[in-house]
Design a protein around this ligand. Sequence first.
Ligand SMILES: Cc1ncc(COP(=O)(O)O)c(C=O)c1O
Length: 398
Amino acid sequence: MEQITDTFQIEDTHYASFANKTKISIEKGQGIYVYDEKGQKYVDFTSGWGVTSIGHANPVITKALVEQSKKIIQNPNSGATYSPARSKLISLMQKEVLPENLTRVFFANSGAEVNDAAIKLARKATGKLNIISTKKSFHGRTISTVSATGQNKHRNKFNPLIPHHLFVPYNDITAMAQIITQNVAAVILEPIQGEGGINIPDENYLKKLSNLCHKNDVLLIIDEIQTGFCRTGSMFTSDKVKIDILTMAKGIAGGFPFAAFAMSEEVHDKLEVGDHGGTYCGNPLGCAVAYAVIKYMLDNKICENVETLGQFALAELMKLQKEYPDLIKDLRGKGLLIAIEMADEDIAASLNSKCFDNGLLLNVTQGNVIRMFPALNISKEEMEEGLEIFKNSLIEIS
Ligand SMILES: Cc1ncc(COP(=O)(O)O)c(C=O)c1O
């Protein structure tokens, strides 16, 4: 008890208060469950914002961490020397994960960092200026990625932002066509907008966008930071379209801070030594963990599990929506990225807090959208357990 008071008190006093925190201090996790300092168990349907893709404390991650850290964590001269851990990950990604035309990959530490690199390198590769992104998009919290983010709440306070960012409504190909001729280096787009409320575009939107970009010599950067690595039931949500740069993070290393971007040979040809880098980029420890996570996903057919359980969860939630149409305004999702849009922000807040009281951790975005994105290796029984708590909590607040 004393320990808990200390944790809350120390963080509340000395940790920068950038988040509205839930009063829970998590000490450990196992699979989809987490435990607070008192030993109270919770079902985690947030997976640390879509990160702990293969569950908490997965032994394959622990093994990779231990084995690699006994060998080496950081190379001499970092990325300027070769690493077997890095090359093993590159091979696996080239053979089993990345779209065929994305033959060059680079590793980094966070989603914002790889989006930042993609924007920077797209300008260099094309010699053009403007970057188009979409309204309600989210691409990160660095100064360049807030400049590319289409939500005023993330932008307004930080002026001056990086110039030459243009915005169009999401899923609107006509609006895109109208500005794509204006000295545009790249379009950056989430194949499903995550933080913006889980907005799913029309089926052909990505294909049309890809054609439009390539017709106008504009690079297409697809941000799969939230949607990649089986989250929506396939390795990437943009699997079927031709893209030029793909950015990845979150689920790629199951909770270890790691990210990647991959690009076509044509883009890579326009870049040169010194254009990019970073002290921790491609460090062997991160590479070993990412390799273990991706291998686990492939060996255990995690994308298939996501597809099946995503459909199951949506069907169960639809039954609830039918019973409580005044509370649940809309339901949408793909795989295990599910939005339950509540009638208003107060209802979302009280349902979220009731679920917390009943032992289920959820995430709320855009005020009234409850986002469910559990670990991707969740079992049907575990999914039922979480949904049961959700249902009971909904009944209680109704
Ligand atoms: C689509 C998308 N892009 C970029 C980011 C930023 O990633 P990070 O928080 O690792 O910098 C996020 C984070 O939520 C995201 O969802």
